[in-house]
Ligand binder design. Structure first.
Ligand code: ATP
Length: 348
């Protein structure tokens, strides 16, 4: 029995969670789901979007699926009180990643049959460092007209992310690591990141290493995305480039992700809580379902993960089964039911 923490989240979160859990159950794998309150619904009950007992429970269960949490505009920083210390985070999603000790965000970007896009043969992975760079909260006002922030790049975090990416690439049978940076202008910070990549990837004889300035990388991604395999990026470039890559395969609604730490792993869609379409039953659940497939891989259930992927593609091939964001009229739960039916039939 796999005991998994589930954070249904805000906005479209509860809708895509319901769809994903229905499909994961249809694989026949024994799961026990434990719902964890977080986000705006938790704020009503506990006075904070991130109750300590919720964070603690995820640490205990170690594996979670997290739907998006809303980031209220102008809400200011999120504060978590733990071990007598106050920790301040720029947003609620960043806070969960940090509180879980996650340092790597992995986003597979793969063309899906049945989802229209400009490209048809993309299969790459974005590995984003998520503990430092410009998102450490060290942003300050110098005068009324001048603001500044500090960009932090350390050898320890940079080596760790390249090692994580290289181990992943080796396990997944991938060949090439591309580091994105701006070392020509930021020779100390991005220069350090790049040198760490060159050194670490050298330890893996099966892997090729290349590096590109981040602006050139964006250009090449749009011109020739099929040539990339594993991209390794510092926090901010990773944030931006992973949305760009989601666009390459057709929709944010189909891009999954996983956050990896030493003790806790959690899977989440790349997209946000999409409050503009919440409650309408039209959210695309594919990204969260694919995040579930990533979880199956992580749990050592690769056969079931592939089965789920195939069922998803088979469903999407019929235009009748597509949600509005990818050109159809299908509802979230109708789509989920179709995928679940294929999986259930397939099992018999
Ligand atoms: P955040 O700051 O949380 O990332 P955001 O508004 O910048 O929020 P999203 O919530 O990802 O970003 O929404 C961006 C756009 O994509 C919205 O128009 C939203 O409706 C759409 N969108 C995002 N996810 C989905 C989905 N799963 N299905 C359909 N449309 C989606």
């Amino acid at each position: 029995m796999h005991h998994i923490a589930i954070i249904p989240g805000d906005g479209i979160g509860p809708e895509i969670t319901k769809a994903a859990l229905m499909i994961l159950e249809a694989t026949g794998i024994p799961f026990q789901w434990e719902m964890i309150p977080m986000g705006e619904s938790a704020r009503e009950e506990f006075g904070t979007p991130l109750p300590n007992q919720s964070l603690e429970r995820i640490r205990e269960l170690k594996v979670a699926m997290k739907a998006p949490l809303i980031v209220p505009k102008g809400a200011g920083s999120v504060i978590v009180q733990r071990d007598g210390h106050q920790r301040r985070y720029s947003g609620v999603n960043a806070a969960v990643r940090a509180e879980m000790g996650c340092f790597a965000n992995l986003r597979p970007i793969r063309s899906l049959r049945g989802v229209q896009s400009r490209y048809t043969n993309i299969d790459l992975v974005v590995v984003r460092e998520i503990t430092e760079d410009v998102y450490t909260g060290m942003e300050h006002q110098i005068t009324e007209d001048v603001a500044a922030l500090i960009k932090v790049i350390t050898r320890q975090a940079s080596e760790r992310i390249f090692r994580f990416a290289s181990d992943y690439a080796t396990r997944a049978g991938r060949r090439k690591i591309t580091a994105g940076h701006k070392a020509n202008n930021l020779s100390l910070t991005d220069g350090l990141f790049l040198r760490c990549g060159q050194r670490v990837v050298q330890e893996y004889p099966g892997l090729e290493f290349e590096d590109l300035n981040i602006d050139n990388l964006c250009y090449q991604l749009v011109r020739n995305p099929e040539s990339f395999d594993v991209l390794v990026l510092p926090n901010q470039y990773g944030d931006i480039v992973s949305d760009l890559c989601a666009g390459l395969v057709g929709s944010l609604g189909i891009a999954p992700g996983g956050n990896f730490g030493t003790d806790v792993v959690f899977f989440e869609a790349v997209h946000g809580a999409a409050p503009d379409i919440a409650g309408k039953g039209i959210a695309n659940p594919v990204a969260f379902i694919l995040s579930g497939a990533m979880m199956l891989d992580y749990l050592g259930l690769a056969v079931e993960s592939n089965r789920l992927f195939r069922a998803l593609e088979q469903t999407l091939e019929d235009p009748e089964n597509r949600t509005p964001d990818i050109g159809g009229r299908c509802k979230t739960m109708e789509f989920a039911q179709k995928v679940a039916d294929i999986l259930t039939k397939d099992k018999k």
